[in-house]
Design a protein around this ligand. Structure first.
Ligand SMILES: NC(=O)c1ccc[n+]([C@@H]2O[C@H](COP(=O)([O-])OP(=O)(O)OC[C@H]3O[C@@H](n4cnc5c(N)ncnc54)[C@H](OP(=O)(O)O)[C@@H]3O)[C@@H](O)[C@H]2O)c1
Length: 277
């Protein structure tokens, strides 16, 4: 029996990157999953991987609902978020795990931004979606004493140049989920976040630039941990109902140093992002 056997999960941003890994690993662990993003063709590809993982796992515990559910949804729209949660619960039969992973980055200096709607997009995709989805899902998670998992970012803990709107939205997401954790503890619901630095998904090429359009290519060569390892770390912590994970020693050190020598952390963040002091 897998660690997630008998449980159901909704994973947003599951059409690629970290979300794909989260969905496949949950399915391997025996969960039934609803996978959510805008690109249906990519979701169908991930759904096949999830079904294969479930077959390999051998069982998914109760069979009261569908094993893999594909739900195209733009999480930047409140009505779509609410409809998606209702559909997921109807087709899965219940909801045990809500994974907030969908995200969209930006890459531009503040004084270069020509299209200020970039900031609104950052908030809608990275923060408001988390509020809308959580509020729609809470009654169902109360019934199962469920889990909320969130893919935050190191940018949700410290300021990062060229990423002001993204960092602001990830700070908001972190503040919301940290506050929610305290409120829902008595109901038996846990809230777990991961705060990675760079993860090797190529997502920076999908960042919005100064003109509000997707960059289309990597703005800078960045390394980072693998999406599979990031997903495993979040799922392990979420399963154990731990509060959060900062996945690398370097990131942990940065958070600690920021309390004592914040200017030093600013300078090394500038070097990491812009390649200069
Ligand atoms: N990669 C990194 O370096 C890194 C570091 C720290 C944190 N993170 C966070 O990790 C999460 C996943 O990132 P990733 O690297 O896997 O990025 P990715 O490969 O670009 O995947 C992003 C996912 O989010 C979905 N998405 C984006 N906008 C959406 C919208 N409006 N509605 C529904 N789904 C949407 C995308 O699907 P569709 O395009 O099909 O909608 C895709 O499945 C994000 O929250 C990101 O902020 C990433």
């Amino acid at each position: 029996m897998g660690a997630w056997s008998g449980l159901t999960a909704v994973v947003t941003g599951a059409s690629g990157g970290i979300g794909e890994q989260l969905a496949v690993q949950l399915a391997s662990g025996g969960a039934r999953v609803a996978i959510v993003a805008r690109r249906r063709d990519e979701l169908e590809r991930v759904a096949s991987r999830c079904r294969e993982a479930q077959r390999a796992a051998g069982t998914f515990g109760d069979a009261a609902g569908e094993a893999v559910v594909v739900i195209p949804c733009d999480v930047s729209e409140r009505a779509q978020c609410e409809r998606m949660v209702a559909e997921a619960v109807r087709r899965l039969g219940k909801l045990d795990v809500l994974v907030h992973n969908a995200g969209q980055g930006m890459w531009s200096r503040v004084d270069d931004v020509q299209d200020l709607s970039v900031y609104e997009t950052m908030l809608r995709v990275n923060y408001l979606s988390v509020v809308w989805l959580t509020c729609a899902a809470l009654p169902h998670l109360q019934a199962t004493k469920g889990r909320i998992l969130g893919v935050g970012s190191l940018s949700g803990k410290i300021g990062v140049p060229l990423r002001s709107g993204y960092a602001a939205a990830k700070h908001a997401m972190t503040g919301f989920l940290d506050s929610l954790r305290i409120e829902v503890k008595a109901a038996g619901i846990s809230v777990t976040m991961i705060h990675p630095g760079f993860v090797a998904t190529g997502s920076q090429a999908r960042n919005l630039g100064a003109d509000g359009q997707v960059l289309g290519q990597m703005p800078r060569k960045v390394g980072g941990m693998s999406a599979a390892v990031c997903a495993t770390m979040l799922l392990d912590a979420g399963h154990a109902r731990r509060r959060d994970v900062v996945p690398s020693f370097r990131a942990k050190l940065a958070l600690w140093l920021r309390l004592v020598v914040p200017d030093y952390v600013d300078a090394s963040t500038a070097r990491a992002i812009m390649g200069k002091p």
